[in-house]
Design a protein around this ligand. Structure first.
Ligand SMILES: Nc1ncnc2c1ncn2[C@@H]1O[C@H](COP(=O)(O)OP(=O)(O)OP(=O)(O)O)[C@@H](O)[C@H]1O
Ligand SMILES: C[C@H](N)[C@H](N)CCCCCC(=O)O
Ligand SMILES: [Mg+2]
Length: 242
């Protein structure tokens, strides 16, 4: 596998599934770094599933809009954040095919390299879970392997997450990738789902990958470190993993 290391530090935010909160978490981290004065970039190699813009009615991609807002780059063209966008809410190569297109493999990497000369720190969001196809040639985990960024895994808090989290960790470890930690996100709080109270402890029993944070439902602030509730120093964390 060819690697494609960048000259700037960053994280790749991957998920145990689609809709687990990768964008929510990526945006929170990018917002915090930007507020701390760190010139921060955001990138998503491909994005599928457009929605109509509320004011113009034109198609737009919510992930791109939220990532753009997080770094306050209102004028930045969509292509800089995500060079390949597709309308259907399907895995990117499937969505591309519906439009008679194909994922451009070169652009996936060229798009991320552009940020190198622009910012000090980069947050890259994955697509779906780690074994989601990114193109007809590669899965998200293959792209992660090329990028060589430490990984933040976002997992949905709730029943089933122990299995999804451990499966994801196992796949990433088999590839020899560096995992910075797991973030449990209370994306859809079912008050009756008492498993959320023990998810972190259980995951911690079976893996040495740290649960970095538990993000409460509708949390609008910086992510806090699990248990201590301390501020997370994202730059320091990425340095510690070098
Ligand atoms: N902690 C949270 N509290 C409330 N809502 C949340 C939280 N995290 C995520 N959400 C909401 O859940 C939905 C899915 O989150 P998000 O879009 O971040 O998932 P994703 O993993 O990025 O999905 P995709 O695979 O499409 O990129 C969104 O509507 C988002 O606003
Ligand atoms: C449309 C959706 N929100 C994502 N952008 C794409 C998720 C693809 C998941 C494919 C799969 O693993 O089955
Ligand atoms: Mg997303």
């Amino acid at each position: 596998m060819d690697v494609f290391p960048l000259q700037i530090p960053g994280f790749m935010v991957v998920g145990t599934d689609t809709d687990v909160g990768k964008t929510f978490v990526s945006a929170a981290i990018a917002r915090q770094l930007t507020a701390e004065g760190v010139r921060t970039g955001v990138y998503k190699p491909a994005c599928s599933g457009s929605v109509a813009d509320e004011s113009t009615g034109q198609p737009c991609w919510q992930d791109v809009e939220l990532l753009r807002q997080a770094i306050g780059a209102t004028e930045l063209p969509t292509e800089r954040i995500c060079p390949q966008t597709f309308h259907a809410p399907l895995a990117p190569p499937v969505a591309a095919e519906k439009e008679g297109r194909q994922i451009d493999e070169t652009l996936l990497l060229e798009g991320v390299r552009w940020w190198e000369s622009q910012v000090e720190f980069l947050i890259v969001e994955g697509v779906g879970g780690v074994l989601c196809p990114l193109s007809s040639q590669q899965l998200i985990v293959d792209f992660a392997e090329k990028l060589q960024y430490p990984l933040l895994i976002v997992a949905r808090a709730g029943l089933g997450t122990i299995n999804h989290s451990l499966l994801t960790i196992e796949v990433l470890q088999q590839r020899g990738l560096t995992i910075a930690g797991l973030i449990l996100n209370d994306v859809d709080p079912e008050l009756s789902d008492e498993s959320r109270l023990s998810n972190a402890e259980q995951i911690q029993k079976w893996t040495s990958v740290p649960v970095l944070s538990f993000v409460p439902f509708d949390w609008q602030s910086n992510l806090l470190r699990y248990q201590t509730q301390d501020r997370i120093d994202w730059r320091q964390l990425s340095q510690d993993l070098l």
